[in-house]
Ligand binder design. Structure first.
Ligand code: UDP
Ligand code: MG
Length: 335
């Protein structure tokens, strides 16, 4: 604690949150007031189709701690958080949802533990109020499967609500992959990590933008970006089927030699052909999942585009961009 005042940036991804944003900011602001730190709140408008951006600029007028970035379209929460991390200048950075499902009051404990020397302090949900049993069940299965598959241990029941130290943020900034499974990336950087338990509240206003189809795709993203096990699985299934086919083939030959061959066996033939066809297509599909991601990665497009900003200094990743110009962040990685 050499500097007079440590600084904190709170990154908030925002997508169609106009209804609840003012209430959120009021509650967050009250917490920040008590912190005795140089605080900033960075709202990243992820291409909202409602009044969210207007609300953010409005907040900026009345509270000089507010900063805003606006994407040119909806890029998804993972990229909104990435943009926030890229632009955040604080000694510590907190990430929190705008819907008040994560209690801002917890930030005080985050900061306390960060001062003790932890680099990553994350919230672990011990209770999910106001979420259906199906969502809870799928989340449970997802985290368990993920842990079994991945080479990087990803903590269960952990969302994106967390504090990161400067060096953790800088480390994350170096991961420029397109497939951004943030939970995994957070775990990947390592450093001293600590979990704090909390109860997750129901949404304050509006509704969740993650339906089951989106969650399913999110899960696939998680599996493929942190594990190549599915590819190996395809190999194993292939090997086992080949072995079975070999044994089965030998049996057919022996049988024919012993008892002759009256033409029969059409149903069993069909079963084998269809089953093998299915397995082959599945293996091809799995390989395709990885190939497709490789393709997207290889194109090297910028991760996101910023359309507008308010209060954000020109420093940071987009320093080269002129005001008003559509700019990207990938430049930073190469320069
Ligand atoms: N969000 C976002 N981009 C999206 C979807 C969501 O920035 O495409 C933000 C949203 O505004 C909120 C956070 O991500 O601050 C969590 O979203 P949501 O509450 O819909 O997800 P859930 O809590 O149901 O997982
Ligand atoms: Mg939510």
């Amino acid at each position: 604690m050499t500097s007079p005042l440590q600084s904190l940036t709170v990154v908030v991804p925002v997508f169609n949150e106009a209804k609840g944003l003012s209430a959120f900011h009021a509650r967050l602001g009250a917490v920040l007031d008590k912190l005795n730190m140089d605080c900033r709140v960075l709202y990243v408008d992820d291409g909202s189709r409602d009044e969210s951006w207007r609300v953010i600029t409005g907040l900026q007028q009345s509270d000089e701690r507010v900063l805003g970035l606006r994407f040119s379209r909806n890029f998804g929460k993972e990229l909104a958080m990435t943009a926030g991390l890229d632009a955040a200048e604080g000694d510590a950075v907190v990430m929190i949802d705008a819907d008040l499902q994560d209690p801002p009051e917890l930030i005080q404990s985050f900061v306390a533990h960060w001062r003790e020397g932890y680099d990553v302090v994350y919230g672990r949900r011990i209770e999910r109020r106001g979420e259906s049993w199906l969502k809870r069940l799928t989340a449970l299965v997802f985290y368990r499967v993920m842990r079994g598959m991945s080479d990087t241990p990803i903590p269960a029941d952990t969302g994106d609500f967390r504090l990161l130290s400067r060096r953790a943020v800088d480390a994350l900034g170096r991961l420029r992959e397109r497939q951004r499974f943030m939970k995994g990336l957070f775990a990947w950087v390592g450093f001293r990590q600590l979990a704090l338990d909390y109860a997750r509240d129901p949404r304050h206003a509006g509704r969740s933008s993650f339906n089951y189809w989106r969650l399913w795709n999110f899960a696939i993203e998680g599996f493929t970006s942190f594990s190549t096990l599915p590819l190996r699985l395809a190999t194993y299934v292939g090997v086992v089927t080949a072995l079975l086919a070999f044994v089965g083939g030998a049996w057919v030959v022996i049988k024919t030699l012993l008892w002759g061959d009256p033409v029969a066996g059409y149903p069993s033939l069909m079963v084998v052909v269809l089953m093998l066809g299915g397995i082959q297509l599945m293996a091809l599909g799995i390989a395709g999942e990885y190939l497709g991601r490789l393709y997207m990665e290889v194109k090297g497009r910028p991760l996101y585009l910023i359309q507008e900003r308010c209060g954000v200094s020109t420093g940071g990743p987009d320093a080269t961009a002129r005001a008003g110009a559509v700019d990207s962040v990938n430049e930073r990685a190469t320069s």
